[in-house]
Ligand binder design. Structure first.
Ligand code: ADP
Ligand code: MG
Length: 690
């Protein structure tokens, strides 16, 4: 018998159990060994019966006597009783339901260890369905820290404990995939030991060390994948000799800045510098520009686009929706127009929009222009990476508000000569999280907001003040301003969400009969959504009721009020994203957070929204309060599910990152570490499927 032995050969059990295991993805002994407990019950302390409290699960030493079947009114049920004597002279009844086999199998009148829940009623103790082992047996279910496994219909925790235990000796065959010097320098136990300790911990300390070992490996693989992807992207142009980087040009930057209606912030200047430094290299840039809503990413993008074009390359900027693409078209044309007016180029810069709704003829014209080099800059949606699109010499691709511009899309770009790639996101992810979520990219952060922005007044609104707020809103609409209303996810169901947003829409039509109330939700077709957004932008709608699908980055300066229903149901980062939809013009803006919950934690969380305007700060608080899975954008961004590692441990994340970088430097192909290499292939296949 070895790790690869199939479970149907290794276990003596019924077929239905083997099938159930298969459903859980467990086929071999190794799979079973890698099926880890989700928690532990601490039964390491032996109790005396008379010390046990009602409802407590205890482990006791003693012996059982006089087992018998007791008749019950319900004949389908079997009830078994025995008397338990503990080693300290107390006694109680032990009962089991529907386990007739125990009549034959329970060890009587011999030293045993029992573990179970104690009930106390009518002046006496009962031990309910205790697990029993003779003291001589390996204490699988009793003494010590007891594993609690994720269960699956017929596969119970108890069943798993029994089946896994006999294979513990095989853990010695489990190979370490972490290199030895890392195990040594990080003081990590061998993987086989860790797995053994995870199933049947010998002590709290040993369990902790085992978890640490697994967490390290988990993070290491994530980082290794990221570091390796980055390396691969950067070396993807190695065999192209025609590319020699785009020289940094300080004069151009000065000139361009002089045509802007504002002075760029320090953070913007740093980001532009970092980007130009990347573009200078003979290998493609892969950088993420992270900046809160309104931090001014667009002008950074414009600088990079112009820089590429002035050096004879084509450049594209891609947005997730048509509305956003059109918005970019306007801003880019403006920035570039102003520049050209003052610093004319030999041939005017040709900038074109490429989106799905163009006529076939219009599309073809842009396609042709991109292929023959007539078009310098294309602004568009995914239409830019369609099969039909080819480039003359693409030098830079910018991707805006895309939660994850994956390896796959990069492969599409590689067909076009591996341009420099800059992605932009308004999701403020704390740095350590970004290392995991976007670890395959270099990072620039706009930590500073342009000056002179009016803070958005944020208020928590209890139900009794709803009408007051509506009256205030009414006044603002009369002045010509516009309002967003965000409805929360009722639960995970689309259908319910739709129902609630429709109901809210109807209700608001009644509350504000003289205003135009629009509706936006995820079940609408992309084109319908775009239509509604366009109508809102054109002021044909006063109040826009929406689910959380409302676009990040949408710019309607005239919208000054944001109402969020059931605000407590959203994370802080997401609330912050919503709030960023207002406060984009020169008028004072407001954000009202409705909540019916009056719990202290809810209040503390929402209060952070009124206290802080910095998205990074709020994300940090969210991360502490709710964990990484809930930080907005992270779930979509491809962070793998981590079973052991905590992403809040920034120190560890950075240390692991360094180790991964070191390893890839030492063996870029990973040929020196075949097991790691194999593992990486597996991870990538899994990510590709996701
Ligand atoms: P985002 O990062 O959300 O894409 P934008 O690029 O749309 O932000 O910028 C938001 C607004 O701030 C725009 O109106 C832009 O012109 C303006 N802006 C950008 N940078 C500055 C600056 N340094 N000083 C003043 N205003 C700026
Ligand atoms: Mg933007």
């Amino acid at each position: 018998m070895d790790l690869r032995t199939p479970l149907d050969a290794a276990l003596s059990t019924k077929k239905e159990y083997i099938l159930a295991l298969k459903e859980m993805g467990l086929r071999t002994i190794e799979d079973l060994l890698l099926y880890f407990p989700r928690a532990y019950e601490d039964l390491s302390q032996f109790k005396k019966l008379h010390e046990a409290k009602e409802g407590e699960t205890v482990t006791m030493k003693g012996y059982l006597h006089g087992i018998k079947r007791v008749p019950t009114k319900n004949r389908k049920m079997t009830l078994i009783k025995a008397t338990f004597y503990d080693d300290f002279g107390s006694t109680c009844e032990a009962t089991w339901f529907n386990q007739p086999h125990l009549l034959r199998t329970l060890p009587m009148d011999t030293p045993v260890v029992v573990a179970g829940k104690v009930k106390y009623s009518y002046g006496k103790y009962t031990l309910q369905s205790p697990v029993v082992e003779t003291e001589k047996q390996a204490q699988v279910h009793t003494g010590g820290l007891i594993p609690v496994y994720p269960q699956h219909e017929i596969i119970t925790t108890k069943w798993l404990r029994e089946k896994i235990h006999p294979f513990m000796y095989l853990t010695k065959d489990i190979e370490d995939i972490l290199p030895e010097d890392i195990l040594e320098s990080e003081d990590l136990m061998p993987k086989g030991n860790a797995i053994k300790e995870l199933h049947f911990p010998t002590s709290h300390k040993a369990l902790e060390d085992a978890q640490k070992r697994m967490a390290y490996e988990e993070l290491f693989l994530v980082q290794l994948n990221a570091v390796k992807s980055k390396k691969e992207w950067k070396s993807s142009r190695e065999n192209e000799d025609k590319f020699s980087g785009i020289k940094m040009d300080v004069d151009f930057v000065k000139n361009f800045f002089s045509t802007l209606p504002f002075e760029p912030t320090g953070a913007q200047k740093v980001a532009i510098y970092e980007i130009m430094q990347d573009m200078e290299k003979p290998f493609p840039m892969i950088r993420l520009l992270e900046g809160d809503v309104g931090s001014g990413k667009t002008v950074v993008a414009a600088t990079a686009l112009l820089h590429a074009v002035l050096n004879g390359y084509q450049a594209v900027i891609m947005a997730p929706t048509e509305v956003l693409a059109r918005q970019h078209m306007i801003s880019m044309s403006k920035f570039i127009g102003e520049f050209e007016a003052k610093f004319p180029t030999e041939k005017p810069i040709n900038i074109q929009l490429l989106v799905g709704s163009l006529t076939p003829k219009e599309k073809k014209s842009v396609h042709d222009g991109l292929k023959n080099g007539q078009v310098d800059i294309a602004v568009g949606t995914h239409a830019l990476v369609q099969e039909a699109v080819g480039f003359h010499n693409l030098g830079l691709a910018i991707v805006d508000e895309q939660h994850r511009f994956g390896v796959k899309q990069r492969e599409v770009l590689m067909k076009h000569g591996t341009p420099h790639v800059l992605t932009m996101t308004a999701t403020p992810i704390p740095r350590t999280l970004a290392l995991v979520a976007y670890g395959d990219q270099d990072l620039s952060v706009l930590h500073e907001m342009p000056p002179g922005r009016q803070p958005i007044e944020t208020k928590i609104v209890p139900p009794e003040h709803r009408t007051t707020v509506y009256r205030f809103v009414e006044g603002k609409i009369r002045e010509g301003q516009q309002v967003y209303v965000i409805c929360s996810l009722v639960d995970d169901s689309d259908v319910l969400e739709l129902k609630s947003v429709k109901k809210e829409h109807e209700r608001l039509c009644e509350v504000f009969p003289e205003f135009k109330v629009g509706l936006l939700h995820g079940r609408m077709k992309a084109q319908e959504k775009e239509g509604v957004m366009a109508a809102f932008k054109n002021k044909e709608i006063d109040i826009l009721v929406s689910t959380s699908v409302i676009e990040v980055g949408i710019d309607v300066p005239n919208a000054t009020i944001m109402l969020i229903e059931d605000a407590d149901r959203f994370g802080l980062s997401q609330l912050h994203q919503f709030r960023g939809r207002v406060g984009r013009g020169d008028k004072k803006s407001y954000c009202f957070l409705y909540t019916t919950s009056n719990g202290q934690t809810t209040f503390t969380r929402l209060k952070a929204m009124t206290d802080f305007t910095d998205g990074f700060k709020l994300a940090e608080i969210d991360l502490q309060l709710r964990g990484p899975g809930e930080v907005y954008g992270v779930r979509q961004s491809g962070i793998p599910e981590l079973q052991f590692a905590s992403l809040t441990n920034g120190v560890l994340v950075s240390r692991v990152r360094k180790a991964a970088e070191h390893l890839v430097e030492n063996s870029p192909t990973l040929d020196k570490f075949p097991r790691l290499k194999g593992m990486l292939v597996k991870i990538r296949t899994k990510l590709d499927k996701a």
